[in-house]
Design a binder for this molecule. Structure first.
Ligand code: GLP
Length: 242
């Protein structure tokens, strides 16, 4: 396949497709090197600037990564974000990663504004606020900020969460089996504090999740989370009857 100079598709975009095909056909392994910008320029008869534009795009999409002075390499595939009720622990285990959690903050505070409304409790009612850095095989993946009304899980503040699933704890100790939920996911930019925790440059793209989980129609958790957009992608199956 060659670059078609008569095509209305810009040359950098044609090169993008050619490069992705080449990666598939050669079954390039993760961390494998792609040809240098100079080689690609010669191979496809393109200027260095056009080649760089293509690679910049693929790097910003998270498909490739650069190592200064060494070259450009194939990145790991992104993790498909679960659109099920699964806990982080279950989700990571099902993908063969070891889940982890590092406590960032835990306190009981008075619910205000958005949190009170989303949990459907009175303003000022006490809530457990739990912030955790979630990891997969030790690598930071997300920051989860959970809010749980004190009334649904009294004494939760005294229970250790280290190495433990919050959902499992709610089930084992409070008999709370989550039976429905709703979730919104939107794109955002990472603030400097979260960026430092996630090991990302400030202002990196992230996915902002808000999940409300229910037991018998009562909202028991409002989680507001920041997920790395360079490691996650959304995937859903589509059914025309739904
Ligand atoms: C998911 C949900 C969070 C929830 C978490 C519990 O990531 N988005 O709302 O707090 O799972 O995970 P775990 O049970 O592993 O602590």
């Amino acid at each position: 396949m060659r670059i078609d100079p008569a095509s209305p598709v810009p040359k950098y975009a044609q090169l993008r497709d050619l490069l992705l095909d080449w990666i598939e056909e050669t079954q390039l392994s993760v961390d494998g090197a792609i040809p240098s910008e100079r080689e690609l320029g010669v191979r496809y008869g393109l200027s260095r600037m056009t080649v760089r534009q293509t690679i910049d795009h693929l790097v910003s999409e998270g498909k490739l990564y650069r190592v200064p002075g060494k070259g450009t390499f194939l990145a790991r595939p992104k993790i498909e974000m679960s659109l099920r009720m699964a806990s982080f622990t279950e989700d990571m285990r099902s993908r063969g990663f070891a889940p982890g959690a590092q406590d960032l903050a835990r306190r009981v505070e008075a619910a205000r504004g958005h949190v009170a409304r989303m949990l459907d409790i009175d303003t000022g009612a006490p809530v457990h606020h739990i912030e955790r850095l979630r990891t997969a095989d030790g690598e930071p993946m997300a920051i989860e900020r959970s809010n749980i009304p004190l009334s649904v899980a009294p004494g939760l503040a005294e229970r250790s969460l280290s190495g433990r699933s919050l959902y499992q704890l709610l089930e084992d100790e409070y008999g709370l089996i989550l039976d429905s939920g709703e979730q919104t996911i939107e794109a955002g930019l990472c603030d400097p504090t979260d960026a430092r925790l996630l090991g990302l440059p400030p202002g990196s793209a992230v996915l902002l999740l808000q999940r409300r989980s229910f037991v018998n129609g009562k909202c028991v958790e409002l989680a507001i989370s920041t997920y790395r957009a360079d490691r996650y992608q959304l995937h859903s199956t589509l059914d025309p009857r739904q």
